[in-house]
Ligand binder design. Structure first.
Ligand SMILES: [Zn+2]
Length: 348
């Protein structure tokens, strides 16, 4: 029976292992229509299901490639912020989570700020990377939005924010919530300079991001079917004890209710953005409604000169990030300071 072990068995084993070598990631299933999608065709179709039009997620690099002219842009360097200022730990240390995300994405945080042109018009884009800790907004991401706004004002460009986020980054506690007013001040700076501020809402835009800069754009575009809201549908349903409509919190529902201006399929995004920017920034367009038109061409020539209040507020907001480590030490020292007089009193 040796021939069975020595000859037949290895033969069968080799057949089985050969089968395993066939790549098993050639196809995937659409989450909406359950149609089978060939990966190469899917990626040629910009990750949109070619059976039902369901828009799947795309990486932040693919997104920029899709929007900028000739798929070319310059990345804007972001200032370093205090990492893990609260020394937060849940089931895992926040520092470890952050490090893992940084290694995987090869970026410092979940945002990329890039400048380039869309149909020839200068634009600064602040795009969220959902793969980086769910696109959550901490001090680093807030810094990105502020930097993008500053760059837009400095270079007389339009600002386009592309959020994809689960909300504020819980591991940074109150510091992550501070990014909400901070980012609002930043985009206010762009508006005061008479430059357009667009938001392209992608799946999902929720929590602290939807409750701050993502909802104050001059024009809100959204991708079909994307989820936009603050709290999740189930949480709301359980709180108000009422059944919510089936399309609740989708881009299309928000168009009907005035929160979103347009739902634009991914393929048409670049052309639509270019057309709208062209309309707003055309020569003679009066950005401030002051009666003085912008004859210079693309954008107002001297932006944000009078916006000193906004600028001061923006600087104050920026200092929040620098305060972070100090806040953490104050928090640690406090118990020691308060306990001393108590102990002295007890000794008396
Ligand atoms: Zn489909």
């Amino acid at each position: 029976m040796n021939w069975l072990n020595n000859f037949i068995r290895p033969k069968i084993r080799s057949l089985v292992t050969q089968q395993k070598d066939v790549p098993d990631n050639l196809w995937q299933k659409c989450a909406t229509c359950e149609g089978m999608l060939f990966n190469r065709d899917l990626s040629e179709n910009l990750n949109v299901c070619y059976h039902c039009g369901h828009h799947m997620k795309i990486t932040v690099d693919e997104r920029l490639r899709l929007l900028f002219d000739d798929a070319k842009w310059d990345e804007v360097r972001l200032a370093k912020v205090a990492q893990d200022p609260l020394k937060f730990k849940d089931s895992k240390k926040y520092a470890d989570r952050l490090k893992a995300a940084q290694t995987k994405s090869r970026r410092d945080d979940g945002i990329i700020v890039a400048k380039g042109t869309i149909t020839g018009i200068p634009v600064v884009i602040a795009a969220f990377d959902f793969d980086f800790m769910g696109g959550s907004m901490g001090a680093g991401v807030g810094e990105g939005v502020v930097r993008a706004a500053e760059e837009a004002v400095k270079t007389n460009s339009a600002l386009l924010a592309i959020p994809a986020s689960g909300g504020a980054r819980m591991q940074e506690g109150a510091l992550s919530l501070m990014q909400m007013p901070r980012t609002i001040i930043a985009v206010e700076m762009v508006k005061e300079a008479g430059l357009p501020y667009f938001v392209l809402l992608t799946d999902p835009t929720t929590g602290g991001v939807s409750a701050s800069f993502a909802m104050v754009g001059d024009i809100h575009l959204a991708e079909p079917g994307c989820m936009i809201g603050f709290a999740g549908k189930r949480v709301i349903q359980e709180t108000i004890r009422e059944e919510l409509p089936p399309r609740f919190q989708t881009a299309e529902y928000l168009v009907d209710h005035g929160m979103v201006d347009m739902v634009v399929p991914r393929k048409e995004l670049r052309a639509t953005l270019g057309r709208m920017l062209g309309l707003i920034l055309r020569p003679g367009f009066d950005a401030h409604g002051t009666g003085r038109s912008n004859k210079g061409g693309s954008a107002p020539k001297s932006p944000a000169k009078g916006g000193s209040d906004v600028r001061t507020a923006a600087n104050a907001a920026r200092n929040i990030a620098q305060l972070a480590p100090k806040l953490a030490t104050v928090k640690k020292k406090k118990p020691a300071n308060t306990s001393t007089p108590v102990r002295k009193a007890a000794a008396k």
